[in-house]
Design a protein around this ligand. Structure first.
Ligand SMILES: Cc1cc2nc3c(=O)[nH]c(=O)nc-3n(C[C@H](O)[C@H](O)[C@H](O)COP(=O)(O)OP(=O)(O)OC[C@H]3O[C@@H](n4cnc5c(N)ncnc54)[C@H](O)[C@@H]3O)c2cc1C
Length: 385
C-alpha cells in the first residue's frame, strides 16, 4: 500500500507517525509545498508547543457535537499514550501540556527524525496542485506537471491562518472542485477591533479582567490578561472571544463587558475609590495605570455612572477580527459531513481529510493540536483494522 500525505504540518506529521507505527508495511510519503516541513508546529505555543488540552471538552469547540463524539473515543489519556508509544513524551505544567523538552523545535525535529528513521519519504518544496480519485487509487498531480499514482491520499493542508507559516488556504479551491462543501473561512483566535474610538492612549496597557458577553442565545465568561491596542483588544482571552463571536455570528451585534476588578464587588470598590480620593487625592488613578484611569473617568462623566461602576462594566462593541496574519486558527473549511468517523471521505474512495482543513476549531490551550492529533489517530487506527 502506498499512501501520500498532502501537507507536512502538525496533522500530516502526526498521521505519518501513527500510520508508520501501525502499518510498517505501508510506503508513506509526506509532501509539503514549503522548504521547511512542520513550519507552523515550530512556532506553536510561543516556541513551546502547547500540544494537548487536558480537559478535552467537546463543548469548547465550534462544533460541540462532533468534537464530543471524537474526544469520547480519543480522550486526553489516549492521545498522550499514542505520542508516548512513539517516544514523544509530555509534561504537565501550570500553563498546560507541553513536550517534555518544553521546546517546539526539539519536539518537531524529533518527530521529523522519527519519521526519517521509519523510512517515511519527506518531500519539502513539493506542491500538490490537484488529484484524481478513482476506485483503483489516487493520482496526485505536482506543480511541475508530473504526477504519481498512489493507493490512498490524506489531505492535511491546514487552513488560512498565519500564511507566513505555510498555510494559505489555496487547496480549498481544489476540494470545492471535487464536490466538497466548504464553509467560508474566517480568522479565528485573533485580536479584535472595536467600534469605540479614543483607545490610542491605552495602547500597550495590560490588565487582568473578566470578559463577558451576554446574548439571548449564548454567553461567554472568561478571565485573563487583556492587552489594549489602538483600535481594539488582544490577549489569549480576547483570542478565545474572537472565535466565539464568529461561531455565533455576533460581530457588531453584541456588547462585550470587561470587569477590571472581578475580585471586588461594586459596593466595596466604590467605597475604596472614595477613600483613595480622600486620602491620596488620586481616586481610581491609584488603582490603574493613568491612561486607563483617565479613559474610565471620561466614560464615567459621559454616562453619569461612578468610576468604580465603569471599571467593573467597561463596555466595547466588537467590530471584526484582525486578519489572517494575526490569526492562530481558521474557523470554516471542509464540511464535517463530508467525512466519516475515521476521517475518510464520504465522496471519494481512497481520500481522507484531517486537521485544520476541516470545519472544526477550538480555543487556545492545546485544543487545536489536540484535534490534529485525534484526527490523525482516528485515521491510523482505522488503517490498522
Ligand atoms: C503562531 C501560532 C501558534 C499556535 N500555537 C498553538 C498551540 O500552542 N497549541 C495548539 O493547540 N494550537 C496552536 N496553534 C494552532 C495549530 O498550530 C494549528 O491548528 C495546527 O498547526 C494545524 O495543523 P494542520 O497540519 O492541520 O495545518 P498546518 O499546520 O497549517 O499545515 C498544513 C501544511 O500543508 C501545506 N500545504 C498546503 N497546501 C499544500 C499543497 N497544495 N501542497 C503541499 N503542501 C501544502 C502547508 O505548507 C502546511 O505546512 C497555533 C497557531 C499559530 C499560527
Amino acid at each position: 500500500m502506498e499512501i501520500g500525505i498532502v501537507g507536512g504540518g502538525a496533522s500530516g506529521l502526526f498521521a505519518a507517525l501513527f500510520l508508520s507505527k501501525n502499518r510498517p508495511d505501508w510506503k508513506i510519503s509526506v509532501f509539503d509545498k514549503e522548504e521547511r516541513i512542520g513550519r507552523k508546529l515550530f512556532a506553536t505555543g510561543n516556541g513551546h508547543c502547547n500540544i494537548l488540552a487536558k480537559e478535552l471538552d467537546g463543548e469548547k469547540y465550534s462544533d460541540p457535537a462532533f468534537a464530543s463524539s471524537l474526544f469520547k473515543n480519543f480522550p486526553f489519556g489516549k492521545l498522550k499514550e499514542a505520542l508516548e508509544e512513539n517516544g514523544l513524551f509530555l509534561s504537565e505544567r501550570k500553563e498546560g501540556i507541553y513536550p517534555i523538552s518544553y521546546s517546539a523545535s526539539v519536539f518537531t525535529n524529533t518527530l521529523i527524525e522519527t519519521l526519517r528513521k521509519r523510512r517515511v519519504a519527506i518531500k519539502p518544496a513539493t506542491r500538490i496542485e490537484d488529484y484524481e480519485a478513482s476506485g483503483n487509487g489516487v493520482r496526485i498531480c505536482f506543480s511541475d506537471g508530473s504526477s504519481r499514482s498512489l493507493d490512498r491520499v490524506v489531505i492535511a493542508v491546514g487552513g488560512r491562518s498565519s500564511p507566513r507559516l505555510g498555510s494559505d488556504g489555496s487547496f480549498a479551491r481544489v476540494m470545492e472542485k471535487h464536490g466538497y462543501v466548504l464553509f467560508d473561512p474566517v480568522p479565528g483566535l485573533t485580536p479584535i477591533t472595536v467600534s469605540e474610538g479614543g483607545l490610542g492612549q491605552l495602547k500597550g496597557i495590560r490588565h487582568e479582567a473578566l470578559l463577558s458577553i451576554n446574548s439571548p442565545a449564548c454567553s461567554f465568561l472568561e478571565s485573563g490578561e487583556v492587552l489594549f491596542k489602538n483600535d481594539g483588544l488582544s490577549g489569549i482571552v480576547v483570542f478565545n472571544l474572537s472565535s466565539f463571536l464568529s461561531w455565533h455570528d455576533l460581530w457588531g451585534k453584541a456588547f462585550l463587558s470587561l470587569d477590571l476588578f472581578p475580585n471586588f464587588n461594586l459596593g466595596w470598590l466604590e467605597a475604596a475609590v472614595q477613600r483613595a480620593e480622600t486620602e491620596t487625592g488620586q481616586g481610581i488613578s491609584s488603582f490603574l495605570e493613568r491612561p486607563l484611569a483617565d479613559y474610565i473617568g471620561n466614560v464615567a462623566k459621559r454616562s453619569g455612572k461612578s468610576e468604580a461602576f465603569v471599571a467593573k462594566h467597561l463596555i466595547f462593541n466588537p467590530k471584526k477580527p484582525y486578519g489572517w496574519d494575526d490569526s492562530q486558527v481558521t474557523h470554516g473549511g471542509i464540511s464535517l459531513d463530508d467525512i466519516d468517523k475515521n476521517f475518510n471521505s464520504k465522496k471519494e474512495p481512497g481520500v481522507s481529510i484531517i486537521g485544520e482543513a476541516l470545519n472544526l476549531d477550538g480555543p487556545c490551550g492545546g485544543y487545536n493540536l489536540s484535534f490534529c492529533l485525534a484526527s490523525a489517530l482516528a485515521l491510523s487506527k482505522a488503517a490498522r483494522q
